[in-house]
Design a protein around this ligand. Structure first.
Ligand SMILES: [Mn+2]
Length: 429
């Protein structure tokens, strides 16, 4: 699209890297030719991957301790879309945004859609926020939303989600992701059984409003903000609810929404076999729902997750998947974090495509444990950046996106226009 970034600037910046890139790419081709891998097919896979950017991830995030606003950060959804345009013009695989309502409420949704289209940005799944109270809201979500013991409050949360669907329809979205903060901080606070049945009852009401070609993604998380119990706490509960709701309901796996040491790639496999894996929220973590940049802590886990996905695509167990980045950029320029994260995701994906699945099956049959592990490690340890950078170059995107982005002085320029209000807004966590 190249509205957010001047195509010529990318072209000029690429010149600095082209010579070395070609040498690295030749070496990569030579190496991979020994593995009987079709490079053209890999390039096609790179170009056709789409990562949705989270609208809330374009602003600087924070924690309950505070937030440190960044230079020239976007003040509203229109400016966030401009920033999405920058990311996509540089990497070429991030042409959609996932909005969050009511954070991203606007007067005119048609105008918002036109604005996004002009930057080459589409609307991915919409997200509903029933974990905060809004100004002029009749009832409070302090003690829960879709599972609140009070019927009127549950109904208010249902209506909020229906509104999200309606906004999404105007924007051209095809899905709704629901994550609720409902749960309890004390034993005895909540009746586990009633809370879950309220959830299903409320979700059934929302489900009825889904357009035919939409899906609803159910996002689980073990704790926070509730620290004793959470209604949709794990993938099993999420699966039970998705099954109860119907075929348009699918489970969403946020990588940070698991207890430490959980084998997420195995959960991915389970949900695939149960035909209920609908999408991902990519991020990384060390302790809990840290929302750190994808691949910054455990890139091997990301690779193993993609290995399950790629295998399932090969076996035609799945035919599509929603990929979204869900991170909180507290100490970095969100654009740089998103550029780097998109690179980590595409790298893990391409490396997983290098795994010889037939060979892996045979090694498993023979109980060749070390052999199987070496096979995975060989793919994981193969440098794929030359292939990715070359594909970006051929698609007129940046060979080295962060380098080119820094040359643009984008945020410095934007800071002259994007005058921030002085209020110390709390972070999005
Ligand atoms: Mn998430």
């Amino acid at each position: 699209m190249f509205k957010a970034v001047d195509k010529n600037k990318i072209f000029d910046s690429n010149k600095k890297f082209l010579n070395n890139l070609n040498k690295d790419y030749d070496y990569f081709c030579e190496k991979v030719s020994r593995l009987n891998i079709d490079i053209k097919a890999l390039k096609k896979k790179i170009s056709s991957l789409n990562l949705a950017l989270p609208s809330w991830g374009l602003g600087t995030g924070g924690t309950r301790f505070g937030r440190f606003p960044g230079l020239g950060e976007p003040r509203n959804i229109f400016e966030k879309i401009e920033d999405c345009g920058v990311v996509n013009d540089l990497v070429g695989i991030a042409s959609s945004v996932s909005p969050h309502f009511p954070w991203d409420n606007v007067e005119d949704y048609k105008a918002l859609k036109d604005h996004a289209t002009s930057y080459g940005i589409k609307f991915d799944v919409v997200n509903s926020n029933s974990f905060q109270d809004q100004i002029n809201q009749k009832y409070s979500y302090k003690f829960g939303s879709l599972t609140n013991p009070d019927k009127s409050i549950r109904q208010q949360a249902v209506e909020l989600n229906i509104e999200c669907i309606n906004k999404g329809k105007t924007l051209g979205s095809k899905g709704l992701t629901v994550w609720i903060a409902d749960g309890g901080n004390f034993p005895g606070q909540q009746n586990f059984s009633k809370a879950l049945s309220y959830y299903i009852e409320s979700m059934q009401k929302i489900y009825k409003f889904l357009p035919k070609d939409w899906k609803i993604l159910l996002e689980h998380k073990p704790y926070e903000p509730s620290f004793y119990s959470t209604v949709i706490n794990d993938w099993g509960t999420s699966y039970i609810c998705a099954k109860e709701l119907g075929e348009k309901a699918m489970c969403l796996v946020d990588l940070g929404h698991h207890l430490p040491n959980t084998n997420i790639e195995m959960i991915v496999s389970r949900l695939i076999d149960l035909k209920k894996l609908g999408g991902f929220h990519f991020n990384d973590s060390k302790f809990g729902d840290d929302d750190l940049d994808t691949g910054s802590i455990n890139p091997y886990e990301l690779f193993l997750i993609f290995n399950e996905i790629v295998c399932a695509f090969d076996q035609k167990k799945i035919s599509n998947m929603s990929y979204m980045i869900d991170q909180s950029h507290n100490v970095t320029d969100p654009i740089e974090s998103l550029l780097q994260s998109s690179n980590e995701i595409i790298s893990a994906y391409i490396k997983s495509l290098l795994v010889d699945q037939k060979k892996l099956t045979n090694l498993q049959k023979e109980n060749d444990i070390i052999g199987a592990n070496i096979l995975l490690k060989q793919a994981f340890n193969t440098g794929v950046s030359a292939l990715i950078n070359k594909t970006r170059y051929e698609n007129n995107n940046a060979i080295e996106p962060i380098y080119t982005y820094r040359e643009l002085n984008y945020k410095k320029e934007k800071s002259k226009i994007r005058i921030q209000n002085k209020k110390n807004n709390p972070g999005i966590v």
